[in-house]
Design a protein around this ligand. Structure first.
Ligand code: ADP
Ligand code: 5GP
Length: 217
């Protein structure tokens, strides 16, 4: 097999991208995110800050930076967020620092954020953003998944179902929409979107020098 050399197109420098996955709660974005992150070191989760309590199994600094409302407000004041929003009665925000530096170095970031955050990121960093929305195959299946996940009380599930229709109504603010019926099929589609977006000419910042070299008489 031919190994890529610094001159080969496989090694060309590219700018990282911001891959946003949104969905109504329970449609599968955590599951798809995990599958993407496990198989591909070029993409990393952007870890949000939140004021909501930690759930069993969550790790501070890995799933979220868990902060108090005072700390969150100070971060807003210090302009440390790319975007932030209130969701389900808590504050959530995307810290700026790691993302900006990473993108320059060719690191991709995965964002598990809602439609409000998506709009804000798109307004700020349009050319770096790729927006993907997951839909459940049906409302009944969405309810089954939320119940089957076993992380929420009946009241919380009812509130999430109540919100699901409102969240689904934002489907047209996304570049890609994928119905998550079969998990493997859905994952394959999301991965194809990521791979194709990486090949966009504007992201391949090493192309200019590479092509210049190809065209040298
Ligand atoms: P979200 O992060 O969007 O709230 P999750 O990824 O936690 O959703 O998925 C909700 C539940 O549905 C989980 O128990 C997950 O294992 C299950 N699930 C996700 N995708 C599918 C699928 N395609 N088919 C069946 N179950 C699924
Ligand atoms: P959960 O509490 O279930 O982890 O997340 C609740 C909702 O908050 C999800 O819709 C998730 O996408 C959204 N969310 C998580 N982090 C952020 C963030 O940094 N910004 C915004 N706008 N939404 C977020």
């Amino acid at each position: 097999m031919v190994q890529p050399t610094p001159q080969s197109s496989d090694a060309l420098h590219r700018r990282g991208l911001m891959f946003i996955l949104s969905s109504p709660s329970g449609a599968g974005k955590t599951t798809i995110s995990r599958m993407l992150l496990e198989g591909d070191p070029a993409i990393r989760l952007s870890v949000s800050a939140t004021t909501r309590p930690m759930r069993p199994g969550e790790v501070d600094g890995k799933d979220y930076h868990f902060v108090t409302q005072e700390q969150f407000d100070q971060m807003i004041e210090d302009e440390q967020f790319l975007e932030w929003a209130h969701v389900f009665g808590h504050s959530y925000g995307t810290p700026k620092a790691q993302v900006k530096a990473g993108l320059r170095e060719g690191q991709d970031f995965l964002f598990d954020i809602d439609w409000q955050g998506t709009q804000q990121l798109y307004q700020k960093l349009e050319t770096d953003v790729v927006r993907v929305f997951l839909l459940p195959p049906s409302i009944d299946e969405l309810r089954r998944r939320l119940t089957g996940r076993g992380t929420d009380s009946a009241e919380v599930i009812a509130a999430r179902m109540e919100r699901a229709r409102a969240e689904i109504s934002h489907w047209d603010g996304y570049d890609y929409v994928v119905v998550n019926d079969d998990i493997e099929e859905c994952f394959a589609k999301v991965r194809e979107i990521l791979h194709a977006e990486r090949m966009k000419r504007a992201r391949q910042t090493g192309l200019i020098g590479f092509v210049r070299e190809l065209m040298r008489p």
